[in-house]
Design a protein around this ligand. Sequence first.
Ligand code: DGL
Length: 260
Amino acid sequence: MIGVFDSGMGGLTAIKQIVSMMPNEDIVYFGDTGRVPYGTRSKDTIIKYACQDVRFLLSKKVDAILIACGTVSANALTVLRQTFDVPIYGVVEAAAEKACEFTRNGKVGIIGTNATVKSNAYVEHIKRIRGDIKTVSTPCPLFVPLVENGFTDPDDQIAYLTAEKYLADIKKFGADTVILGCTHYPIIAPVISKVLPGVELINTGAESAVRLFKEIGAKGGEGRVEYYVSDDVDSFKAAASTFLEMPVGDNVFKVDIEKY
Ligand code: DGL
């Protein structure tokens, strides 16, 4: 059984990919909807929250964990691997590799939360793979509340103007590839593409799921996906069913994450 977690809905971008590649896999998803966003917090707080998230998933007897969150992957992966005796995968490496493979002009833009951009994790991975690639990184903190509140339509003026402002430097730089360094961002990708037409957008959640599949293969199960959240169950149910284009049914439960 695979455990997947994020600060909220963003990790569903990984779930969508896992379910399409490994339909028989049993998955436990935790979205920390009561404490989202993580990306505006300090590294210490991100590590504390991530440890609680992992302890909760381990209580469900998962045998591998995917951190479907750019912020946690960029700031806490090393500590989590040192602390817990279970294979733990993040999203940074897979996305950095994909960007290096896709770029034709050697210019890659990186967008993510404040904490992710500050960590420099994507840039470091890219430089390790291809030292010649030039990068520009921009934090886009308002994208997360826009996604969590459903402002994702390219015709939505609030979403569009926010994206136009955030992406101006990357547009000027001329990146042909942009890493959506936060797993929430693919949900707002139509707005990003409207501002950056023709630019390849790397979906970190989906790429990390592909990588997970390559690393551990399908374990096989009954294809049961259980969702746990730390805040309102009904709003998550509605938003998740729309995003995943499949009903999440009664498989959404509330958990008191502070107990872990
Ligand atoms: N989905 C997240 C990420 O990938 C977290 C956004 C947030 O909580 O700030 O970074």
